[in-house]
Design a protein around this ligand. Structure first.
Ligand code: ZN
Length: 288
């Protein structure tokens, strides 16, 4: 049975809206409970810039952010990993009458290199440990200047590549990890390690993900989904997660989830999925 690397993106909605309590703190607390009960570890990719902005501007009220930092400390103490996740739209975010509004693209560009250090600093302040792994906002490209800033901050493991999905169409589909120099989808000698997110084929019947997603009320029926779908632990039944994970030829399998789409149903499915399956964190799985 493949080892499992469960990664969870810790964030509110992409436009900055949504409650930290409802979309971050409560789902994270629930998943932590189940992970500790079952003796599993999780890697939390924290959208640090968003929380840093909220904290600086005093919105929302401080208490949910304090609850979040408490949960992150508990997670690290129990063997989980906290990685950096960066959404550049927080650069132009403004607090409004009805909460935050973030603007612009979630795709990183070279000029976003200056966001790395504040993001790292927020995580160190929150959980007392410097991150060593990274995920790009929107699973988008990782510009060289951002990569250099990450390297300088000691962040050498990336998990942004979803092989076969744009912009990662040329990434290897059947390798659990590889080293790279400047392009995370091109294996070559270099200081960085890519640990790609697993993808699975969607059948022509629309059986995966359409039927399940509809049953869960997460999305409307999407019968014409084509191409590889992310191994998303918040959206699929345990049997479908296991089918994709066990079809991988070698090595650890990286699954993704988001606190903002987490449901009680997902809690049950993930608990069934990881039963009997060893878990490890991103940086450990990368061999660092
Ligand atoms: Zn994100």
């Amino acid at each position: 049975m493949r080892q499992l690397v469960l990664t969870v993106d810790v964030e509110v909605r992409g436009d900055g809206s949504g409650s930290v309590e409802g979309l971050v703190v409560r789902p994270m607390r629930r998943l932590l409970e189940v992970a500790r009960r079952d003796g599993k570890v999780v890697t939390w990719f924290v959208d640090a810039l968003g929380f840093e902005r909220m904290e600086r501007e005093g919105l929302p009220k401080r208490s949910p952010l304090e609850a979040l930092t408490q949960l992150l400390r508990e997670a690290v103490a129990a063997g989980d990993e906290v990685g950096l996740h960066l959404h550049p739209q927080w650069r132009l975010a403004r607090p409004g009458m009805f909460g935050w509004r973030a603007r612009g693209t979630d795709v990183l560009s070279d000029r976003d290199a200056d966001l790395v250090d504040p993001g790292v600093a927020w995580i160190v302040g929150a959980c007392g440990r410097s991150p060593t792994c990274f995920r790009a906002g929107g699973l988008g490209p990782l510009p060289v200047a951002v990569l250099e800033a990450l390297g300088s901050a000691g962040v050498l493991v990336d998990s942004s590549v979803a092989p076969g999905r744009s912009p990662w169409l040329r990434a290897p589909v059947d390798r659990p990890s590889w080293n790279f120099q400047t392009n995370p989808s091109r294996p070559e000698a270099g200081p960085f390690v890519e640990l790609p997110i697993a993808v699975g084929a969607v059948t022509a019947r629309g059986h995966w993900p359409g039927r399940l997603a509809t049953a869960w009320g997460v999305r409307r029926w999407r019968p014409r989904v084509a191409g590889p779908a992310l191994l998303d632990a918040a959206r699929y039944a345990a049997s479908d997660l296991a089918a994709v994970a066990d079809a991988r030829p070698v090595g650890p399998v990286v699954a993704i989830a988001h606190t903002k789409t987490w449901t009680e149903r997902a809690t049950r499915e993930v608990a069934a999925f990881w039963t009997g399956r060893p878990t490890l964190t991103v940086t450990k799985a990368a061999g660092l």
